[in-house]
Design a protein around this ligand. Structure first.
Ligand code: AGP
Length: 592
């Protein structure tokens, strides 16, 4: 949901900002812009479209500016146009602002400003910030920002520069993420860590209600009352290589291939900190998992594991539904919020709500220092490294890893079950080695308009996840269903035009899946199946068969999902679509 970046220091700012925005582009990509200060003048360039459009418009211009801010947008207020692109400025073009999030009372503020005769150039909520700061400015940018934030409502982060103080960037965090990168004679602001990885690993994670005031030599943090705050400097374990494509055509493909490492690192991370986990699932009357999208699907798999290995009843609820559904929550409940980014606002709000009700809250995140990490009573981590592709892949299997390890920790057979988990990375490698087979299968389905995905028990959530991957990156309609429900409705859709992807490893529901297969064939449907190596029945009866190695039932979801990720990837890639930045989506959804 928009990426923001800021720099002040010893080097020419434009290439630094463009690089940072490219690494933030996954957060939004319908327009982009920069504001620089050169010779006490503000230079603003912004363009509808991707960052490459901005780069084209800047081609041949050699700015020497060493201070600037930049933005990549996911539109909320106002269509993606050049006018609505950030940065936004005040009327005299002395102040420039880039913003992420929503100013909920912007209409009210805009009315007041209009009455005072202010002329607006855009339809955005952001523009009010620029006008307000300009009006509040009495010679000190920090003071003007402090006066302004008191008037703003909503969840937001923004950065501002002014020609009056060409050595200073001020950043505000209140609900949307913002970090400070600490360099040598230079300092940075950004929505996320990958933006600044080429320059520094030293990071300050701002909390809500904080303002960072940066110059080339100093970083000072204040609360909204202007009182200084002392902050810890964190060293990020992420490196630049992990935030680049490394020879792959797309981040998504690279990230699919990184799964053995992501799972391996997450197993190691979990086992090395297992003893510090301050709770047992069995101490609670119930576990409630809240999450969105792919993280929700991981939660659904986690439910089966938790119930089967610990006997603790587990519910999985969409975070966006949780706080509106009157779900009884008390201190007898353990609430786990799963979020790759740790910033998804629905999940964050749901966890806050659960905490207010007295539940013990646990965040399962990939981004250390993210809001959910810091706001939960306890945090568990996936160690997948940065995930840039909008479609989540490696973070999904890393989330499964933690949920599995957490559940088996309380089973009588913990050691054997962990040994099983430790086989996952090599089983994934074997599966990935057959990617050419999946590619060949995908070639046959490029023109299909609808798909049904079926799975049962542990692989029902995998059917949902396979369908989500296909729809979000290929724009092909795909419906995931519990296979047993097919006869209660979706079977009416089956005909020769509607392929069904059947996730059918040889587990406790295998025979039932074969019955589904027969029912589909009897209605002239086409079946693409995912099954175990050597499964002659499935292979013979399916139009296409995507083979995975032999795998024990509890760990099947880790492996069955891999061909489905690849299948979606190859279809989208062959259709020439923007796999890493599919239309209308953003990697991190920080609006309700
Ligand atoms: C996954 O492919 C999607 N892009 C999306 O559903 C995502 O999983 C969801 O927005 C949740 O994000 P989070 O894990 O960062 O909270």
């Amino acid at each position: 949901m928009c990426g923001i970046a800021g720099y002040v220091g010893k080097d020419i700012v434009l290439p630094i900002l463009i690089g940072a925005l490219e690494r933030l582009e996954y957060r939004g990509y319908d327009s982009a812009g920069v504001a620089l200060i050169e010779d006490k003048k503000l230079i603003v360039e912004k363009r509808k479209g991707k960052i490459r459009e901005l780069v084209k418009s800047l081609w041949g211009r050699n700015y020497g500016a060493k201070i600037g801010i930049g933005h990549t947008r996911w539109a909320t207020h106002g269509k993606p146009t050049n006018e609505n692109a950030h940065p936004h400025t005040d009327e005299k073009r002395e102040f420039a602002v880039v913003h992420n999030g929503i100013i909920e009372n912007y209409l009210e503020l805009k009315e007041e400003l209009l009455k005072e005769g202010v002329k607006f150039r855009s339809d955005t909520d952001t523009e009010v910030i620029a006008h307000l700061i300009a009006r509040n400015y009495k010679g000190d940018l920090l003071e003007a920002v402090l006066d302004t934030v008191k008037k703003l409502k909503g969840a937001f982060a923004f950065a501002v520069i002014t020609v009056h103080e060409p050595n200073r960037v001020v950043g505000v965090k209140n609900g949307s993420p913002l970090i400070v990168g600490i360099g040598e004679g230079e300092n940075f602001l950004a929505s996320d860590i990958p933006a600044i990885l080429p320059y520094t690993k030293r990071i300050i994670v701002l909390d809500d209600g904080e303002i960072a005031d940066i110059t080339p030599q100093s970083v000072n943090v204040y609360n909204f009352n202007g009182e200084p705050i002392s902050k810890d400097v964190m060293i990020t374990p992420w490196d630049l290589v992990s935030a680049e494509k490394g020879g792959f055509k797309h981040f998504m493909l690279k990230e699919i291939y990184e799964q053995p490492k992501a799972v391996n690192d997450t197993i190691k991370g979990f086992l090395s900190t297992e003893d510090t986990i301050p709770f047992k699932l069995k101490d609670f009357r119930r576990v409630v998992i809240i999450a969105c999208g792919t993280s929700y699907h991981a939660g659904l798999v986690g439910k089966y594991w938790i119930e089967s290995f610990t006997g603790v009843p587990t519910e999985v609820v969409y975070a966006s539904e949780f706080k509106y559904a009157d779900i009884p929550i008390s201190d007898k409940d353990l609430v786990i919020g799963i979020s790759q980014s740790g910033e998804t606002i629905d999940t964050k709000f749901a966890l806050q709500f659960a905490k207010e009700k007295g539940a013990f809250t646990v965040g399962l995140v990939n981004v250390v220092g993210s809001a959910i990490d810091r706001e939960s009573d306890f945090a568990l981590y996936t160690h997948a490294g940065p995930e840039i592709g909008v479609a989540a892949t490696k973070t999904f299997t890393a989330q499964l890893t933690v949920l599995y390890a957490l559940a088996v920790r309380e089973s009588g057979d913990r050691d054997n079950l962990i040994r099983l988990l430790e086989k996952v990375p090599s089983l994934m490698e074997i599966t990935l080695n057959s990617s050419e087979e999946v590619e060949k299968v995908s070639d046959k389905y490029l023109k299909r308009k609808n798909f049904l995905y079926l799975g049962r028990y542990l692989n029902y959530p995998i059917a949902l996840e396979g369908a989500l991957k296909l729809k979000e990156i290929s724009y092909i309609h795909a419906e995931g269903y519990p296979a047993g429900e097919m006869k209660h409705g979706p079977i009416a859709l089956i005909d020769e035009n509607m392929p069904t992807v059947l996730v059918a490893p040889q587990d406790r529901v295998y025979e039932k899946m074969l019955s589904n297969l027969e029912e589909i064939l009897a209605r002239k449907g086409t079946v693409v199946s995912v099954g175990l190596k050597g499964d002659k029945v499935l292979k013979e009866k399916s139009a296409d068969f995507m083979e995975i190695p032999k795998v024990d039932e509890p760990i099947t979801p880790f492996i069955t999902v891999v061909p489905l990720q690849l299948f979606a990837y190859f279809i989208a890639s062959k259709l020439g679509l923007d796999v890493d930045q599919p239309r209308n989506l953003a990697k991190t959804v920080t609006v309700e």
